[in-house]
Structure formats: structure tokens, C-alpha cells
Design a binder for this molecule. Structure first.
Ligand code: PLP
Length: 371
């Protein structure tokens, strides 16, 4: 991945700097409104990154000590860590072998009387089939948080991921499509939750510094509940506003390059390339490929072959339950997660990629897997 940043973003950041308003202010508010409009959300609340946004989402739901939060192990570790931040216990569920996402079945298998929430990840940009998941969980009073870190510009049931959901959180880390350096966005269809999230991200203050400045109010603010400092800066928001105008072009280019990978690899049917599911479209944030069980070379050896050819792919998505950070949890059987994490890799894919660069990636795969 390479971020697609240019002079426009640099100029917007410079304008924020010279304005003197560099912390959270009017540009953050404008970015929130433009983001909400783009994904079809009622409310969008900017935060310092997706990880703090996931923490905030569980805090808003009142999840705490003694509660269990179901998460995929097959995800960046921040998903599981969010449960720990609120003193809850993460419970790992397995994923679907084709999408890499939780399903109603894999979630149902690990529910207990203590399950309070489930974090559903739209992994690598592939939308999870959330309808059966909401049906299963709403009936039991269990909340859902969508980890949409990777899924800006992906679609689900014909609408953007994040539209009209209880809670979803996006990331603007440079590995994602839209970047602000660091940054995140929590979206919700509940205005009261958004109002509380705005307060909690800013120390629990009754009125933000930007609001008091705008209204000229001299009334001292109150601190209504213990909050956090999860603010985004106006410099970041200025960059994000420009990035958002490029989102459609980013998704289109990634889908074009992914389609070209699929064409060029059609002669190697033993390789499983990530694809659109029946219920939506992926932004190809990560174009991962799964090696066959009887692969002539192991995944790590294949990574080494790529490195020799001057190509830089990455191992596939990690499995959090295999990390030392989670060694204290009881052992769980996650066969699909373990197969996917051991035998997959993420192919290079970035907006500026040329066909000649892509051909070099394809050539390595043909050399290894072709007849
Ligand atoms: C990137 C990522 C995160 C963390 O996002 P940050 O903005 O870096 O905190 C969380 N979950 C998933 C699935 C991710 O890919």
C-alpha cells in the first residue's frame, strides 16, 4: 500500500496551520459532515484513530468488567484489544473461509450468558453479511459494533458500509484508502449516542473549545462524566476532506487493478483471490490470495521469492489468538482462521501502481505455480 497524497492535501494542511486553529475545530466538524454524507450515516464523530473509536463504541454501550465481547481472531489486534480497554473479555470466533469474516453461525457457536457485544470486522474491505448477524443478536439483546477500519468505499446490500448502522468505526491510517496520517471516524444512527461520543472524546466537556469560541460564550464548561482525549486535529481533518473527494477514484482504480490480477492469474486456479461476496462489493483495501493446501512452496518461502524479485507483498491478515498478548485466554479451536493466516498473503496494490509493476508480481506467481 502507498497512500495517494499530493499538493492539494499539502496545501489544505498548510492552510490549517497558518490559520492558527490546529487542534479540533471547524475543519473536523466539516470533515464529519462530509464523511456522514458520503457513507450515508446520520452522524459521524471524528476520533484520533480507529482503535480509540472502537474503545469509545464499547464504552458507549456500557460494556465492562465481567462481560464478553465476541471478536474475530482473524483481524488486526486492535479489534480484540478494544474489549480489553473496557475490562471485558474478548472471545474469539472463527471466520468464513471465503470472506475471512464472522458469520451468524461462527458467532452463535461462542455466545454465552455473558456476551454483551460482538465486533464484526469487514476484513480487508470485504463486507460481512451483517443481516443474519443482527437478526441473531438483536433477539438476544446483544449489541453489534462494526469494525469498518478497512471498508471505506465498500458496499453492503447496495449501500455504503456504515450507512444507517448502530455503530461502525473507520480508520484513516495510511494503510487504508483514505488517510489523515492517523485518524478514525465513528458513525451512528443514534443522535444521542453521537452527542455523548463527542463529549467523551473531549474529556467529558459540556461544550467544546470550538463551540465556545464560535458562540463567544464565557460560561465555564462542565465535565459531565470522565472522558478521554480522543480528538482529531484540524490539520488531519483538512487532509481528510481532500482525501474524501478522491475516494471514488481510489475505489475504482483498486477494483480495476484487482480485476486485472484476476485475469492474469486465471490460469492458476489453485490460487484463491479475494472477491466480492454476493451481498456487496469490496474496495480491495487488501487484495489477499490464499495458497492451496498442497502448495509447492510455503507462504514464507513465497514471500522470500517475491523479495528476491524486488516485489514487496505482506503476510496475510494476522490471528490475534496466536499472539503472546492473548496467551492467557483459554485455547480455542479456530481452524479456518489458522489456515487463512498461515497460507495467505497480501499482493501489492496501490493507486499509482502501473501495469508493468503488476506484471512483475504476476510473473513470480506464474513461475512458482505455473506448469
Ligand atoms: C487498521 C485497523 C484497525 C486500527 O486502525 P487505527 O486507525 O490504526 O487505530 C482496527 N481494525 C482493523 C480491522 C484494522 O484493519
Amino acid at each position: 500500500m502507498k497512500p495517494w497524497l499530493g499538493e492539494e492535501e499539502a496545501a489544505a494542511a498548510a492552510e490549517a496551520v497558518t490559520s492558527g486553529w490546529v487542534a479540533q475545530g471547524p475543519r473536523v466538524r466539516a470533515f464529519e459532515q462530509e464523511f456522514a454524507a458520503r457513507v450515508g450515516a446520520v452522524e459521524a464523530v471524528a476520533v484520533s484513530n480507529c482503535t480509540t473509536g472502537l474503545h469509545l463504541a464499547l464504552h458507549l454501550l456500557g460494556v465492562g468488567a465481567g462481560d464478553e465481547v465476541v471478536v474475530p481472531s482473524f483481524s488486526f489486534i486492535a479489534t480484540a484489544n478494544a474489549a480489553r480497554y473496557v475490562a471485558a473479555t474478548p472471545v474469539f470466533a472463527d471466520v468464513d473461509p471465503v470472506t475471512g469474516n464472522l458469520t451468524a453461525e461462527t458467532i452463535a457457536a461462542v455466545l454465552t450468558d455473558r456476551t454483551r457485544a460482538v465486533i464484526v470486522v469487514h476484513q480487508a474491505g470485504v463486507p460481512a453479511d451483517t443481516r443474519p448477524i443482527y437478526d441473531l443478536l438483536r433477539a438476544r439483546g446483544i449489541a453489534v459494533v462494526e469494525d469498518a477500519a478497512c471498508a471505506i468505499g465498500s458496499t453492503l446490500y447496495g449501500a455504503p458500509v456504515g450507512s444507517d448502522v448502530d455503530l461502525a468505526v473507520f480508520s484513516f491510517h495510511p494503510r487504508k484508502l483514505v488517510t489523515t496520517g492517523e485518524g478514525g471516524m465513528l458513525v451512528t444512527r443514534h443522535p444521542a449516542w453521537a452527542a455523548r461520543a463527542r463529549r467523551l472524546r473531549e474529556h467529558g466537556m459540556s461544550a467544546s473549545a470550538a463551540d465556545r469560541h464560535a458562540t463567544g460564550s464565557v460560561a465555564p464548561e462542565q465535565y459531565l462524566e470522565p472522558g478521554f482525549n480522543f480528538r482529531m486535529t484540524d490539520v488531519q481533518a483538512a487532509i481528510g476532506r481532500v482525501q474524501l473527494t478522491k475516494l471514488d477514484a481510489m475505489v475504482a482504480r483498486r477494483r480495476e487493478l484487482a480485476a486485472r490480477y484476476r485475469e492474469q492469474l486465471a490460469g492458476l486456479p489453485q490460487l484463491q483471490l479475494v472477491a466480492d461476496p454476493a451481498w456487496g462489493t469490496t474496495n480491495y483495501q487488501s487484495c489477499w490470495v490464499l495458497l492451496p493446501v498442497d502448495s509447492p512452496v510455503g507462504r514464507d518461502e513465497l514471500l522470500a521469492r517475491f523479495t528476491e524479485a524486488g516485489v514487496s507483498p505482506r503476510r496475510g491478515i494476522m490471528a490475534s489468538h496466536l499472539e503472546p498478548a492473548y496467551a492467557d485466554l483459554p485455547a480455542v479451536a479456530l481452524p479456518v482462521t489458522e489456515r487463512l493466516t498461515a497460507d495467505s498473503l497480501v499482493l501489492p496494490l496501490y493507486h499509482q501502481m502501473t501495469e508493468a509493476e503488476q506484471d512483475r508480481v504476476v510473473a513470480v506467481l506464474h513461475a512458482v505455480f505455473g506448469r
